[in-house]
Ligand binder design. Structure first.
Ligand SMILES: NC(=O)c1ccc[n+]([C@@H]2O[C@H](COP(=O)([O-])OP(=O)(O)OC[C@H]3O[C@@H](n4cnc5c(N)ncnc54)[C@H](OP(=O)(O)O)[C@@H]3O)[C@@H](O)[C@H]2O)c1
Length: 258
């Protein structure tokens, strides 16, 4: 499949490892000029070197509006604009819905919603003017089926979906698509941390927790970041020009709801 992505420019947030890294690698393989960001320059540089292909490293904590604005400025200066924007960030701490402090809710909402939208708002005018744009949010299967003990994720990610769905209709006639990808369980450090937290909470071994989790996935395994990245490459491609306002699941069949 010719994705038509050669020479396009992308910014991938939260990309020093995990899902963001998988997406950055997939886009770079298609000839996209990719900028990646994470909270440390060392982390971004190491990831950029690992991918090669001219990937540019930047620093940005999505919880900090000043860093977000600096990132937009620096990436625009380096690439001349962004055609593909991947809204991704670190996951919030696990925990129950009860007893989350107001400060924690506010901080998570800033990092997982407010500042992601802030970046998109600054990138959108250029996309609309060029009549091509792809905004892709990394969300979670918890949006479709809330995940126990991940209350902050279950509560905040739907905001990104509601925003994206509304925006999709506003910009559809300008060649800009807005979609989300919902990972089920993809093998990353984040998943290892969640399995470890679950093991501690329930008094089981990490291996027992992981085996039970795999048992709940029809594919019988966790997904790989390359498989997740491939979904993002498709949504970013010219071929996905009539897909907008959608949630694409990459979950090995885990979510049983239609
Ligand atoms: N893996 C899954 O199966 C799965 C399932 C559902 C949802 N998700 C969600 O998908 C997102 C990515 O998950 P992942 O599995 O790739 O996690 P990960 O392996 O922990 O990687 C997270 C990436 O985001 C960066 N990051 C963390 N906090 C950040 C922040 N405040 N600002 C900017 N960058 C930040 C990290 O780099 P630094 O630490 O260097 O900043 C790293 O590059 C998370 O929101 C996660 O909750 C993942």
């Amino acid at each position: 499949m010719d994705t038509g992505l050669t020479g396009k420019r992308a910014l991938v947030l939260g990309a020093s490892k995990g899902l963001g890294f998988g997406i950055a690698q997939g886009l770079a393989d298609e000839g996209v000029r990719v900028a990646i960001a994470s909270r440390t320059m060392d982390g971004s540089k190491a990831a950029a070197e690992k991918i090669g292909k001219g990937v540019l490293p930047f620093i940005c904590d999505t919880g900090k509006a000043d860093q977000v604005d600096a990132l937009v400025r620096d990436v625009t200066a380096a690439l001349g604009g962004v055609d593909i924007l991947i809204l991704n960030s670190g996951g919030p701490p696990p925990g129950k819905a009860q007893g989350v402090s107001s400060d924690q809710w506010r901080n998570s909402f800033e990092a997982m919603f407010v500042n992601l939208v802030r970046i998109a708002d600054q990138m959108l005018p250029g996309m609309i003017e060029r009549k091509f744009g792809r905004i892709i949010s990394v969300i979670s299967s918890g949006v479709i089926q809330p995940i126990p003990n991940l209350a902050i994720s279950n509560a905040i990610r739907p905001a990104l979906v509601g925003w994206g769905k509304t925006l999709a209709a506003e910009v559809a006639s300008s060649g800009v698509t807005v979609n989300a990808i919902a990972p089920g369980r993809i093998a990353t450090d984040r998943l290892k941390q969640l399995d470890a937290a679950n093991a501690e909470r329930t008094g089981r071994s990490i291996e027992d927790v992981a085996t039970a989790a795999r048992g709940g996935i029809p594919a019988g395994r966790y997904g790989e970041i390359e498989e997740f990245g491939a979904a993002a490459v498709f949504l970013a491609s010219e071929k996905a020009s009539f897909m907008t306002g959608s949630i694409l699941r990459v979950d090995g069949g885990q979510i049983s709801a239609t």
